[in-house]
Design a protein around this ligand. Structure first.
Ligand code: AHR
Length: 631
């Protein structure tokens, strides 16, 4: 029997307990949640015409040129077209999108561009073509202004068919010497209908999880391959045409999945991240570079005496998020449309950095930030190798410097997750809190992704998560990683949510995360099985919590055995319970979800009744069971 001590509240559960970790990896942002459909809209990729082709019967040498405004720190390049007596089909450009452009029948798309016309007037034919080159939606746009200044114009077009890999043609008709830049296309069904916003279906998957926090923007991209390519939040705010793009750190020959066309345009920048956090009702949890590049690639770091600007970036970020409109950075936030503060409470310094060099830098950040903002909880990283000397060194050092929260990462086998479900039972209750900032069970090889998101991996994570939940006194936050992957643009697997240009599906792991996150409770309850904590006893892993607001006892039980297990649940306490529900996910450990079978593994709920404070459960093989009992 499993005894739930319904009156024995052990520790509060933080509202931040279960969250999400967003990184622009696997086309997570550009080509993913950032709904821009034009690849290389400002001709700033390493090869200026990457993603574009030149089309037409009447193009002479020199009619299309990429010019470079030398001296402009951002967006220096644009396309100059010399259009002479051109009819439709004579002079044009085509954009291939990110592995194609996904268009939906009947949906409106907003096309825009920046331009200046030195002479003449040109008419644009903007059209979608499908994979067979048939036109599936078109519109016209007359470029109205004819002076030496840059202008923006926009027009909408409706797709007449659904296609996963459409392309966009732009034909130039008439006579003109015209410069074009920031050629952009967004669907109208973005999240909250925001112009230039995020993919609605992808954000909805996050909203459905009701995450307690969103960690952003990475991950390794915070560090960068080198410091020049680190993430710098100040370059990601303000008008999008002024956001200086960089090569994505995942634009690499990584395993067999190179992504040479992977850049960060920062259309999804820090303002948008804060806004997303606010939309989701999640705490924003930005991570900043600590003055060190990704140590898996380079050992580049900033000397301690030159760390000032990096620390200033952190101080300014807090002002950007929380400062009033009279402060420099608060004013900037207000000018972007958010006069009210974002109420930032957490800030991470460094991602998977290590060695005494990290600790020295972490201490300087801590000292300066705490001096000015003692209320901000600082998160430091103890890396990704949880059983290593390096990890223990960092953990000890960070505890000694009284870090508020330590970020632990683990990409390990399902077996490791099962064995480590009691990892936090022995952690010091009084010291630093733990943020399990990146975790995922990997069956085989994370690089080749030979095993993507099986139920076996998901159930091992579920078992492990009962251990995180039982130890909520120490573990304050946890998030699976990575979050998103485009099926044709990924570098890392497994991942929580898979997308293509039209569709999204949650993996079995997603449904595990969602079940925990939407049933997190307010306090941990005491529970035992014949006087033993339930963590691997008879293949069972369990935790129980109470939600004092909803008046529910929530019990999560994972059966990792190949056989059905019968268990009596005894509700020991004064609370009278007679009804509730049980939600189950179970099935073949080798099974997965897919675009075609998106709900193969997903929760199924049924009612249950409780008699004399007891109920008997038949826990199916390889199952996660979530009991919700009303009191
Ligand atoms: O989640 C993928 C990568 O794993 C992250 O960028 C990094 O923090 C970790 O090594």
């Amino acid at each position: 029997s499993i005894y739930i001590h319904t009156d024995q509240s052990i520790a509060p559960i933080q509202t931040t307990m279960w969250g999400v970790f967003f990184e622009d990896i696997n086309f997570g942002a550009d080509g993913g949640i950032y709904a821009e459909l034009i690849k290389n809209r400002s001709f700033e990729f390493a090869k200026p015409l990457m993603g574009w082709s030149i089309k037409g019967k009447k193009i002479k040498e020199g009619d299309l040129l990429i010019l470079n405004r030398q001296g402009s720190p951002f967006n220096p390049r644009f396309l100059r077209l010399n259009v002479q007596e051109a009819a439709k089909g004579d002079v044009g450009i085509l954009n291939e999108g990110f592995r194609g452009i996904g268009v939906k029948k009947g949906l409106k798309y907003d096309f825009s561009l920046m331009y200046r016309q030195h002479r003449g007037n040109v008419l644009l034919h903007v059209e979608f073509v499908d994979e067979k080159n048939a036109v599936i939606g078109s519109t016209l746009l007359k470029l109205a202004s004819t002076d030496a200044n840059w202008h923006q114009q926009e027009v909408s077009l409706v797709s007449t068919a659904t296609a996963e890999k459409a392309k966009l043609n732009i034909w130039f008709e008439g006579n003109s010497l015209v410069d074009v830049d920031m050629i952009s296309l967004f669907p109208s069904d973005t999240w909250k209908g925001r112009k230039g916003g995020l993919r609605g279906d992808m954000v909805q998957m996050l909203a459905d999880m009701k995450p307690g926090f969103i960690r952003f923007p990475g991950g390794c991209i915070v560090e960068g391959m080198d410091l020049a390519n680190r993430y710098q939040w100040k370059k990601t705010i303000g008008p999008i045409e002024n956001r200086q793009l960089i090569m994505n750190r995942w634009n690499v020959e990584f395993g067999h999945r190179p992504a040479p066309d992977y850049f960060q345009t920062f259309g999804l920048g820090f303002f948008e991240y804060f806004q997303l956090a606010e939309d989701l009702g999640a705490q924003a949890l930005p991570i900043l570079n600590c003055g060190m590049a990704c140590q898996y690639n380079t050992a580049e770091l900033i000397p301690l005496e030159d760390l000032g600007p990096y620390i200033q970036d952190a101080l300014d970020l807090i002002e950007f998020a929380n400062g009033d409109e009279n402060s420099k950075w608060g004013k900037m936030r207000a000018s972007m449309g958010h006069p009210k503060p974002f109420h930032l409470k957490y800030l991470g310094v460094g991602n998977e950095n290590w060695g005494p060099q990290y600790i020295e830098r972490a201490k300087l950040f801590q000292q300066k930030i705490k001096e000015k903002y003692p209320e901000i909880k600082l998160i430091f990283s103890s890396g990704t190798d949880p059983d290593s000397e390096r990890f223990h060194y960092l953990n000890n050092e960070l505890r000694a410097m009284k870090a508020d929260i330590i970020d632990e990462h683990y990409y390990r086998s399902p077996d490791w997750f099962l064995k480590n479900a009691s990892r936090y039972d022995s952690y010091d209750r009084k010291g630093a809190k733990v943020f399990a900032g990146e975790f995922a069970a990997h069956n085989h090889n994370k690089i080749t992704g030979s095993d993507k998101n099986t139920w076996q991996a998901a159930i091992a994570e579920a078992a492990f998560m009962t251990g995180l939940e039982r130890n909520a006194e120490v573990v304050n936050m946890a998030s699976y990683a990575p979050l998103f992957a485009h099926s044709e643009g990924w570098q890392w697997a497994p991942d929580l949510i898979w997308v293509n240009n039209l569709n999204v599906y949650g993996t079995p792991n997603y449904y595990v995360q969602k079940l925990f996150s939407t049933n997190k409770g307010t306090h941990v309850l005491g529970m035992t099985k014949e006087a033993k904590a339930i963590s691997g006893v008879d293949g069972l892993y369990a935790s129980s919590v109470i939600d004092t607001v909803k008046k529910e006892i929530i019990i999560k039980i994972v059966n990792t055995e190949k056989t059905t297990l019968n268990q009596t649940i005894v509700l020991d306490g004064k609370k009278k319970i007679s009804v509730g529900t049980i939600t189950i996910i179970d099935g073949d450990p080798e099974g997965k979800n897919s675009f075609e079978q998106a709900k193969n593994f997903s929760p199924k709920e049924q009612n249950i009744s409780v008699k004399k404070q007891q109920l008997v459960l038949n826990l199916s093989p390889n199952s996660l069971n979530v009991l919700k009992l009303k009191y």
